[in-house]
Structures are given as structure tokens and as C-alpha cells.
Design a protein around this ligand. Structure first.
Ligand code: GLP
Length: 262
């Protein structure tokens, strides 16, 4: 795990967006895994700017989203589909053949989950997966207790997550059920960027990076992944025991490793 701690969200999002842009430039037909939530918004904004100001070409990428609420139509303002159109698909000019989200309105959710996995298998592997993290250590919507070997399936949200996500619902009526890629589906991405900002994420980050690998902290499974970068601001990093060591590693990074961000 590479823990990259920068002074604030802006700086961390800039570096994360540079890694994504470097991949898209070198491998125009790459497969990106997108997350939702407020954490990656700045990174997405920077990708949009790169497209409009530097003419970066996103027309050959394919994308898969991590998750979606069950029972929200795609035009519902709180659906992840709506979020993605507003913040990513629109600004990057992606066409419908390029992007994939689980269909939370499917009549047969189990079949939908199997078909989503099949699509990832056919078009994947995901070259680069972007992740946020919940306060309880969830990734995607894999709540504590999720099997580390899980694949796309129906999950029930915890009250903590429903409470945290209320802010994104005008009527505060957060669905109970979601479809999410599993922890194993996420782990099959070739590279993972996890972003976390603010005090509220400090505990989850400390457990993810330095705690035991356990289904009780789903993100801790990432300790098994060979290529994970964790982008943090100082607040989210504040409970890491080896904070200074991670900062030292980043300061002393050999120049050839920085090529990943160009
Ligand atoms: C939701 C999403 C996750 C996201 C998490 C944190 O549960 N399913 O993908 O990482 O919220 O959200 P935020 O970035 O708004 O803190």
C-alpha cells in the first residue's frame, strides 16, 4: 500500500487526477472503475477540465461503477446514475456504450448482479479503480461483515451509512437496499486509488492501513492488493501510527516512480 498524504483535498485530488490522466493518455482504451460520494468530486472536476482544456481523449475508455441504490429510477436526483451523468459522463463526453452501472431497478436483481459481473469479466479487468471509504470502513457498499470473497450482489445498508447519505437525499429517504460490486470484484482491478478526506475518515483509514485484515473493516482487504495508492489529506491521515514514515517515503520517492503521475 502506498500512503500519500498531502496538505489538503485539493492537492490530493490533483495528484489522483494526474494518475488517472496518465493512464488514459498512455492507454486510451483503458477500463476505469468509478466511485460516487462527495470524496472524488474534485478529482472528477479536474478530469473534466483536462478534457476541455487539454483535449484529453476519453472517447475510447470503458467504465464500470461500483454500486447503485435499489428502487431509484436513473433520473432520480439521488441515484448514482444521475450523479455520474452530472459529474462524469457529461463532462467527459462519454457515450452510453462506454459506461456501465448496476441497474437498481432490475426486476430480477440476482440476475442483474450476475450479468454485471459477466460484463466486467468480458470487458475487464478494470485497469484502475477509484474508491472512497465509509466511516465504518466500507468500500462500494460493502458494509462491515461483507465477505472478503464477495462479488456483485444485493446488500442492506447499515443505519450509519443511511444516516451519512441522508444529506444527498432531498426527502432524506435513503433506500435500504443497494447493488454493489463485491470486495473480490474490486480486488481484481489492476490498480486501486482510494481517496479519503477529513477527520470523519481518520479512524476508518487507520484501521484500513494499519489494522488487521478483517471483514469488519472491508477496506482492510486492500492490504492484500499489490497496487493500491491511498490519497489522504492531513485530517484523514491523523490517526495513522506511521504517519511520518509515509510522509518520508513520499518525499524520497525516486524520480522514476513519479513518472506514473505525468
Ligand atoms: C457511499 C458510497 C461509497 C463512498 C462512501 C463515502 O456509501 N457507496 O462509494 O465511498 O459513500 O462517501 P463520501 O465520499 O460522500 O464520504
Amino acid at each position: 500500500m502506498e500512503v500519500i498524504i498531502l496538505e489538503n483535498q485539493q492537492a490530493a485530488s490533483e495528484l489522483a487526477s494526474k494518475r488517472i490522466l496518465s493512464l488514459v493518455t498512455q492507454t486510451p482504451n483503458c477500463v476505469l472503475g468509478f466511485a460516487t460520494g462527495s470524496t472524488p468530486l474534485k478529482t472528477y472536476e479536474l478530469l473534466g477540465e483536462a478534457k476541455s482544456q487539454q483535449n484529453i481523449d476519453f472517447s475510447k475508455i470503458t467504465s464500470f461503477n461500483l454500486d447503485e441504490y435499489v428502487g431509484l429510477p436513473t433520473d432520480h436526483a439521488s441515484s448514482y446514475s444521475y450523479y455520474m451523468h452530472q459529474h462524469v459522463f457529461g463532462p467527459l463526453g462519454l457515450s452510453p456504450e462506454q459506461y456501465h452501472l448496476p441497474n437498481g431497478m432490475a426486476a430480477n436483481i440476482e440476475l442483474e448482479c450476475q450479468q454485471y459481473e459477466q460484463k466486467i469479466k468480458e470487458r475487464g479487468p478494470i485497469d484502475l479503480q477509484i474508491l472512497g471509504i465509509g466511516r465504518d470502513g466500507h468500500i462500494g457498499f460493502n458494509e462491515p461483515g461483507s465477505s472478503l470473497g464477495s462479488r456483485t450482489r444485493l446488500k442492506t445498508l447499515t443505519e450509519t451509512t443511511r444516516g451519512d447519505n441522508k444529506a444527498h437525499f432531498q426527502d432524506q429517504r435513503v433506500p435500504y437496499h443497494v447493488v454493489t460490486m463485491g470486495i473480490q470484484s474490486i480486488m481484481e482491478a489492476s490498480e486501486i486509488l482510494l481517496l479519503a478526506f477529513g477527520d470523519a475518515k481518520a479512524d476508518a483509514i487507520a484501521k484500513t492501513v494499519e489494522g488487521p485484515i478483517t471483514a469488519s473493516v472491508p477496506a482492510s482487504a486492500l492490504q492484500y492488493h499489490p497496487k493500491v495508492k491511498i490519497f489522504l489529506d492531513l485530517a484523514a491521515a491523523s490517526k495513522l501510527q506511521n504517519l511520518e514514515y509515509y510522509q518520508e517515503v513520499y518525499r524520497k520517492k525516486p524520480a522514476w516512480q513519479l513518472a506514473e503521475f505525468i
